[in-house]
Design a protein around this ligand. Structure first.
Ligand code: CO
Length: 209
């Protein structure tokens, strides 16, 4: 058991050999720099690996993951990633990808205390609170959880649109925001079509001059 980590090192050796076998210059090319077109904001859940579920390779996607794929305005981590991706890398698309069966969403719907994460989950409770009428009209708990998962993605996309980082970019270029949900059962992504391509999509109070 204490050697369980060894399979990661072995796997890495195999990965390196395979890539070099396919293309002897593979790592040399990657080392030259990155110019990914996408920023992925996803859940930390081990079952939703960004590159794997989108069939993308190293260098194609800038990635940020946290519990329940949140965009929290006071989180310097996500803001730093967002600013770097938008301002310096110049990504063209930002994708918030939630997933059905999300433990963070489920935990937010209970009254249980879990620890520090409760402060994080409160942001999801706020989404629930905003849509209480719609959500509590859904009697089936699984369906209600699925809907909150979708609404949470929509609200995180809106949170992106409220940032000065995204609004500054919109002044000079195209930057597309997307809200997706990944199905653990199907392996398929659904586009929620919450595209925000300009600040007209958010309420006036959130707009910067
Ligand atoms: Co999750």
């Amino acid at each position: 058991m204490e050697n369980a980590y060894q399979k990661l090192i072995d796997g890495n050796r195999r990965h390196s050999l395979e890539k070099k076998f396919e293309d002897p210059e593979y790592f040399k090319k990657l080392a030259l720099g990155q110019k990914p077109e996408y920023l992925w904001i996803g859940c930390s859940d081990s079952r939703v690996p960004a590159n794997e579920v989108t069939n993308t390779d190293a260098g194609e996607m800038f990635v940020h993951r946290n519990i329940a794929n949140m965009v929290v305005h006071t989180d310097f981590n996500v803001l730093s990633v967002l600013e770097y991706a938008v301002k310096y890398i110049g990504v063209k698309h930002i994708i918030v990808c939630g997933h059905y069966g999300c433990g963070g969403i489920k935990a937010s719907m209970t009254n249980q205390r879990h620890g520090y994460v409760d402060n994080w989950l409160r942001n999801i409770k706020d989404v629930y609170n905003k849509y209480t009428v719609e959500l509590e009209n859904i009697s089936d708990l699984d369906k209600r959880t699925e809907r909150l998962t979708e609404l949470n993605v929509i609200e995180q996309v809106r949170n992106l649109a409220k940032t000065s980082i995204v609004q500054e970019a919109w002044k000079t270029r195209e930057l597309h925001l997307h809200g997706w949900v990944y199905g653990l059962n199907s392996g398929l992504i659904t586009d929620l079509k919450v595209i925000h391509d300009g600040k007209e999509d958010i309420e006036d109070i959130y707009r910067f001059d």
